[in-house]
Design a protein around this ligand. Structure first.
Ligand SMILES: Cc1cc2nc3c(=O)[nH]c(=O)nc-3n(C[C@H](O)[C@H](O)[C@H](O)COP(=O)(O)OP(=O)(O)OC[C@H]3O[C@@H](n4cnc5c(N)ncnc54)[C@H](O)[C@@H]3O)c2cc1C
Length: 398
């Protein structure tokens, strides 16, 4: 254990951000002989029982296995997850459908779990963990990083010192910025509305992604004839929708979905997210690493943000465990670079492809519309390309 001053609390690892990514890393290290501090500005009650935030996270099969390893999957109740059998992509008014399934194993592609349920179960795991101090209701900033030690200062005047600081503090990471690490940011100028809806027609556990003129709609299948309705619109147009009552919004959803799912009633409040994708220039520096959205903040259209965050937590966790086992410094750049390289390889192609898809489908020029229609048909004719998407949806390569 290291420390520079007597009044510092001393740790091996300090994680800033108890979102799903920071919690996953802490849980991954549950059995390790390490002292871990997990800091979040959110007070304990709001982390233990997070408010519903509209996000239904499409988990790949690989992510479900990782959550099982952490002990979080087993804590979800039957009412918390819904199977995702297949996905279908529709283009505008065309009757053409591009299906994605798991042809080889004939299993569901994954499952849908609300972000609130994920956060709750991961928090339960970490709370029971012997080697992790939860420091909640406190905002952290980096105080110092030198050759032997890294320290964070809290807004309650406490200082924590460790060998390594991991920033999992959202895509607009202040810690990343304070360390002079730049990020490639793409502001799509669009806003995403998400809410639960109840509908009269069955969804058959199929997720539908529907690219129509000026709007993108996704219907993600939940339990009891409910779906998560996801609408992406130009930010100005979305401002008009925000003024609608729940009843008027339900009618608007019926109109926009052309009653494909029958009558609609809202079963949650709508939540709104401005769409900005972020990719950090580096994920690691001496005694400092970025995790989750702070490293890779995805556009949600391909549903990979948390799947990547969880994968990253396992790769970084593996490096931390190996360094500890072999008596190496946890904060040494070599191990952190291995994490960075592997995580970059896993995420960069899909980050670029997702942004290209999001831009193509927001573009209403004739050429873009033609390219979209042709793209879907080509994908259907090229089994290799479709299999690649199918394995990324199930996480087979993740
Ligand atoms: C509408 C929508 C749908 C999505 N759908 C999917 C999907 O289907 N599949 C998928 O895989 N992903 C999806 N995602 C992405 C997923 O939600 C995110 O990738 C994930 O929540 C990011 O987790 P995180 O822990 O990195 O960050 P966050 O969840 O942003 O958590 C960061 C935490 O850090 C804390 N914090 C920040 N700064 C400080 C500080 N200075 N001091 C102390 N604490 C601090 C915050 O309080 C917060 O608790 C979706 C996202 C959206 C918006």
């Amino acid at each position: 254990m290291i420390g520079k001053e007597d009044d510092m609390s001393e740790y091996d690892l300090i994680i800033v951000g108890a979102g799903p990514a920071g919690l996953s890393l802490a849980a991954r290290l549950a059995e390790a002989p390490l002292r871990v501090a997990l800091i979040d500005k959110t007070p304990a009650p709001a982390l233990a029982d997070p408010a519903y935030d509209g996000r239904e996270i499409a988990l790949t099969r690989a992510s479900i296995e990782r959550l099982r390893t952490l002990g979080a999957w087993q804590r979800l109740g039957a009412e918390d997850s819904a199977p995702l059998a297949r996905a279908e992509v529709l283009d505008g008014a065309s009757s053409y459908v591009l299906p994605f399934t798991d042809r080889r194993r004939r299993e569901p592609l994954g499952a849908l779990v609300s972000n609130a349920a994920l956060r709750r179960t991961l928090f339960e795991c970490v709370q029971e963990q012997q080697n992790c101090d939860l420091v909640l209701g406190a905002t952290a900033r980096i105080a110092d990083i030198d050759g032997t030690c890294a320290s964070v200062a809290l807004d309650n005047d406490r200082t924590l010192a460790g060998k390594l600081i991991v920033a999992a503090d959202t895509r607009f990471s202040n810690l990343r910025q304070s360390q002079g690490i730049g990020a490639h940011m793409v502001d799509f100028g669009r806003t995403m509305l998400v809410c639960r809806v109840r509908h009269t027609r069955a969804h058959n556990s199929i997720a539908t992604e529907w690219f129509a003129n000026g709007q993108t709609i996704a219907m993600l299948p939940l339990l009891d004839r409910q779906s998560s309705f996801v609408l992406t619109l130009d930010a100005m147009e979305m401002a008009d929708l925000k003024r609608l009552s729940a009843k008027a919004l339900a009618r608007e959803i019926e109109r926009r979905t052309q009653r494909r799912w029958g009558d609609i009633a809202l079963s949650s409040e709508p939540c709104y997210y401005p769409l900005v994708a972020v990719y950090a220039d580096r994920f690691a520096a001496p005694r400092f690493a970025l995790l989750g959205d702070a490293a890779v903040g995805m556009h949600p259209v391909t549903a990979h943000g948390f799947n990547f965050g969880l994968r990253g937590a396992f790769v970084l966790g593996r490096e931390i465990l190996a360094a500890n086992r072999n008596g190496r410094d946890l904060g040494a750049i070599q191990g952190l670079r291995r994490y960075e390289q592997e995580h970059r390889r896993a995420t960069l192609p899909l980050f670029a492809a997702t942004n290209a898809i999001a831009k193509l489908y927001a573009d209403e020029r004739r050429l873009a519309r033609l390219a979209r229609g042709a793209g879907l048909r080509l994908m259907n004719l090229a089994p290799g390309a479709r299999r690649l998407v199918e394995s990324s949806l199930s996480g087979a390569h993740a």
